[in-house]
Design a protein around this ligand. Structure first.
Ligand code: ADP
Ligand code: ZN
Length: 761
């Protein structure tokens, strides 16, 4: 046993334990902590162990590092880049329940456990390397005896040859699978009249495997799409431009419906044919049942799906399936960029501009950026797709770092909707009061209802009233724990804080001055729903926002109902922007297009542009021409002007020089350091120390611009004061250097957000 540094997925620095000599780094071990036991990851021998009595680890969990070598390289890179310990990153791709079976027998005899007991760690590591290379098969490595949970379990025959001698029951089960293909477990048990233990034995011998099917897919199995289209000239050229043999980043740019997905499918097919695998990233799985149906139709049985909605067992099943090379296509959200897929031949990032690719908690990875790094390591192409690319990617394409592939047509034939702008300032002048629904919008809503078509109204603000203020003293009602105002929710008749969840019954009188003059300001989706129902009493209205969709599956169910024509008017926040296609949606109303522009974030215009373009694009199909009514107080703002014209390139052309002038991304890069404390001074101090440390380095001082430290835009959350400091540089070098110079202690007061996308909080 030797002193070994072990890092935990907790906010503490690495600890030193005694562990068997020769454990490779990256191995998971179980260790005792004061509070019980924890899983840690081996970093290496501790050359200068603390001079206290060291505890021994409790157990070695992995026979060898389970993650494929390329992925381990990616994690190492991400750890250094985002300032995160390995265990935090590993937790994103290797669920703790995925454990190898030490009793797995080896081809040359013996078991993994015997090698472990003999301390043959080097030999185990070599076995692992051979297994990762596909030179060694370890069929029993992962068994599923503990797998329970939601969803249908499907049983499939593996590639392992049918053994000569099997029991009668085993023979019946194998025979049925060979004859009929994959079957739901229940059906197999019944039809072959075998017991579960027979299946488990077959599984242990690697003859069958059990796979959890996602409910989403199994429910919708009947509408799996088998359509195969013939690519048009543009699509064919785009697909051919992608060099599948080498790393390269491509930006596939084309409006919704221009056939990007068909290009992805074509590329995926080629990659699978070459025996490699496909990593397919999407911003939100729940909103893409169509895509899953198309994938399942084109590549039956080959697709695994990962997303936040999966429970622990489902996640485990997915990861084991990937480690067993059981699914050559993996579709998933953000963390899927770290999926343990071997031999990746293509990485797709659909809707690459989406902010959901960026994690807002530690480790704050950006899946699109890591996808590109992974492509480099795997030596395969990375295709970013979008109708409205991020300015980062667009700029990179303009500079020739990414190859731009453009789709300009809409093969299925629909046209872009017509957009009308309503100037709310004029409405105010005409009606002498604030207008929520302009006459034009009301007329259009009525017409649409009459024709039996659907409308969608966007207001990116939930609740009934945005905040309450006192007319006498002018003070808003703020959260007592956070520096934002409380939002009124009429349903439960509560004032709520959208940051910390604090809620209270609305007071009768102003807590500041005691006068009875409280009034609500700024309508939210809840109020819109109320007012609409009053104006259109017979309309079937569905509200979709974070308040109505908290239950798992609620959003999907709502969208499905709308898709099936059970809803006349959809009201909601930005949730409405993506996902399902509503065949009868012919009117989109944007109630206040300016809401997002007031946020103190240099990306406010870009985000508004994306949102408006996306929502507007939802109106109309081929047979049902769509129209969009956009209400705004600032019809001349570039984000609005170009969204109205559905003109991304125009927007980019206007926005990029501004970014350059202000030295913002994509021309500069940012690191956001943040600290919290019980009082402002305590929060400020560690940042001031960091700043001094950076400024003491002449080289850094020359290349870094340091903004702050100062109060964060939301200065207090849950009674903690928040300060921040932004580092700006022309390239990543100085920011990497700053992080190396002052690594952040896990659990320390300062956190780091590299390439932050959210500067408004
Ligand atoms: P995007 O991903 O850009 O939104 P899709 O690939 O989903 O576009 O294509 C939109 C619709 O057009 C889909 O129904 C798709 O099947 C159809 N489509 C795409 N390319 C073709 C083609 N070459 N011929 C016929 N239909 C096509
Ligand atoms: Zn609060």
């Amino acid at each position: 046993m030797v002193p070994t540094r072990i890092e935990l997925a907790r906010p503490v620095p690495p600890l030193t334990y005694l562990a068997p000599e020769g454990l490779p780094s990256g191995l998971r071990v179980k260790v005792k902590l004061r509070s019980g036991s924890a899983v840690g990851v081996v970093l290496g021998i501790d050359e200068a162990p603390p001079s206290v009595k060291l505890k021994a680890i409790e157990a070695v969990l992995d026979p060898f590092p389970l993650l494929p070598p390329r992925l381990r390289e990616l994690l190492a890179f991400a750890g250094g880049y985002y300032g995160s310990g390995l265990p935090h990153l590993m937790a994103l791709c290797l669920p703790s329940g995925v454990l190898a079976d030490w009793e797995t027998s080896l081809p040359e005899g013996g078991t993994l456990a015997q090698l472990r007991d003999a301390g043959q760690w080097a030999q185990l590591e070599a076995l692992g390397a051979a297994w990762h290379r596909g030179e060694l098969s370890l069929p029993g490595l992962f068994h599923r005896r503990n797998l329970r949970g939601a969803g249908i379990t499907e049983v499939r025959r593996t590639e392992a040859p049918h053994p000569l001698k099997v029991t009668a029951a085993q023979g019946r089960a194998l025979g049925l699978l060979e004859e009929r293909g994959p079957l739901p477990e229940e059906d197999l048990l019944r039809e072959a009249s075998v017991s579960l233990s027979v299946l488990s034995t077959l599984e242990r011998h690697g003859l069958v495997e059990r796979v959890k099917r996602l409910d989403l897919l199994s429910q919708k199995r009947e509408d799996i799409v088998h359509k195969q289209v013939i690519l048009n000239e543009e699509q064919r050229r785009a697909a051919q431009a992608v060099d599948l043999e080498a790393f390269g980043t491509y930006l596939l740019y084309g409006v919704t419906g221009s056939g990007k997905t068909e290009v992805y499918l074509e590329l995926a097919e080629k990659v699978l044919a070459a025996g490699r695998r496909v990593l397919w990233l999407v911003p939100e799985i729940g909103l893409t049942p169509r895509l899953l149906a198309r994938l399942e139709g084109r590549f039956p049985g080959k697709v695994a799906v990962g997303h936040a909605g999966l429970n622990a067992t489902e996640k485990q099943a997915d990861v084991m399936r990937l480690l067993n090379d059981g699914a050559p296509i993996f579709v998933g959200v953000r963390n899927a960029v770290l999926a343990p897929l071997r031999n990746v031949g293509l990485i797709l990032v659909d809707e690459e501009q989406e902010a959901s690719y960026k994690s807002e908690e530690h480790p704050r990875i950006h899946a699109r950026d890591l996808a590109i790094k992974r492509g480099q390591l795997e030596n395969c192409p990375v295709v970013l797709g979008s109708a409205t690319p991020s300015l980062e990617s667009w700029h990179a394409a303009q500079m020739g770092r990414y190859r731009l592939l453009k789709l300009t047509q809409r093969p299925a034939g629909s046209t872009l909707p017509t957009v009308k702008v309503v100037d709310l300032r004029e409405c105010y002048k005409a009606e002498r009061k604030k207008v929520i629904f302009s006459p034009l919008l009301l007329k259009a809503l009525g017409e649409t209802l009459e024709r039996g078509e659907q409308s969608m109204l966007l207001l990116n603000r939930r609740g009934f009233e945005n905040f309450w203020m006192c007319r006498a003293c002018g003070k808003p009602l703020d959260c007592p724990h956070c520096s934002i105002s409380l939002t009124y929710h009429k349903g439960p008749h509560r004032l709520r804080c959208h940051l910390c969840g604090f809620e209270t019954a609305p007071p009768e009188v102003c807590p500041a001055c005691g006068v009875e003059h409280l009034r609500g300001v700024g309508e939210g989706t809840e109020q819109i729903e109320d007012q609409l129902q009053a104006r259109f009493p017979t309309a079937r209205i569905l509200r979709l926002d974070r308040d109505t969709t908290q239950r798992r599956g609620a959003l999907e169910a709502g969208l499905l109902a709308a898709e099936n024509g059970q809803v006349d008017i959809l009201v909601g926040t930005q949730m409405l922007a993506k996902g399902h296609t509503f065949p009868k949606l012919t009117l989109v109303g944007i109630l206040n297009a300016d809401l997002g522009l007031k946020v103190g974030d240099f990306r406010a215009a870009e985000r508004t542009f994306h949102l408006l373009t996306q929502v507007a694009g939802r109106a109309g199909r081929a047979e049902w021409p769509g129209r969009v009514i956009l209400q705004t107080y600032s019809p001349d703002h570039p984000a609005i002007v170009h969204a109205v014209a559905q003109n991304f390139e125009g927007f980019a052309e206007e926005e990029l020089p501004y970014r350059q002038g202000m030295a913002y991304p994509p021309f500069a890069v940012l690191s956001l350091y943040r600290s919290e404390g019980d009082d402002p001074a305590k929060a400020l101090q560690p940042l001031q120390e960091l700043k001094a440390q950076f400024q003491a380095q002449p080289e850094l001082r020359a290349e870094l611009r340091i903004l702050g430290p100062l109060e964060s835009p939301i200065a207090k959350v849950k009674d903690r004061y928040r300060m921040q400091m932004i580092l700006k540089a022309w390239n990543r070098g100085p920011l990497n250097q700053a992080l190396r110079l002052a690594p952040l202690a896990p659990g320390g007061p300062v956190s780091l957000d590299r390439d932050p996308v959210n500067l408004g909080s």
